[in-house]
Ligand binder design. Sequence first.
Ligand SMILES: C[S@@+](CC[C@H](N)C(=O)[O-])C[C@H]1O[C@@H](n2cnc3c(N)ncnc32)[C@H](O)[C@@H]1O
Length: 209
Amino acid sequence: MPIGPMVRRLFGRHEHRVAAIYRSVFIDIDAYGRQIGAWVPKARKILEVGCGEGAVTERLVDLYPGADILAIDVTPNVGRLFRGCRDRVSFVQKTVQAVALEQPGQFDLVILSDVIHHVPIAIRHELLAAVRQTVAPGGSLVFKDWERTATPIHWLCHAGDRWLTGDRVHYLDKGAADTLLAEAFGNLPIVAEARVTPWRNNFAMLVRG
Ligand SMILES: C[S@@+](CC[C@H](N)C(=O)[O-])C[C@H]1O[C@@H](n2cnc3c(N)ncnc32)[C@H](O)[C@@H]1O
């Protein structure tokens, strides 16, 4: 049983703020949101895969005032800490494989943020293939993850992921991410890349479907 959920619930009504402070040690989510908006200024229908408790979803709601957002995760805590207007957001416990079957090619923007290192290596290709099936023709995938480095901040990130979430995480390096995306989307799918503050470990890529 991971200690993270138990410890976090002790913060009660302060949990959202404490979670945001913890996350800000590793990534400036507002800067990440601005990067998504710069890459994809408009979107009508958005799928966020592995949305967790809804931190990135909060930014998507503000960035895309006209969009409908489907935010999915395999955990029951999907969207638990989301603070914002829920009128255009649906949080659903569901796999991307199920969405790919139900709504193939329906989303002009798909987001996969800090998920892949939580996914067992053996099923990453299958997950990316399903993600690919959800992207509308000419639509976009924003893929973001944390690059493995021999640095103290990476060791801290790894320890946090391992002991707070309880997941057996496996980080990729940038080359492995390129390969994974090329296998799912075909050759040369990456049209833009960025690093997100405050650490270069945060790499994001824009992929055209
Ligand atoms: C570090 S959290 C990131 C949450 C969110 N994307 C964010 O950036 O705030 C990783 C999330 O990936 C989810 N996840 C792990 N395996 C998954 C899978 N096969 N499909 C969808 N989500 C998955 C976990 O449940 C967890 O919520």
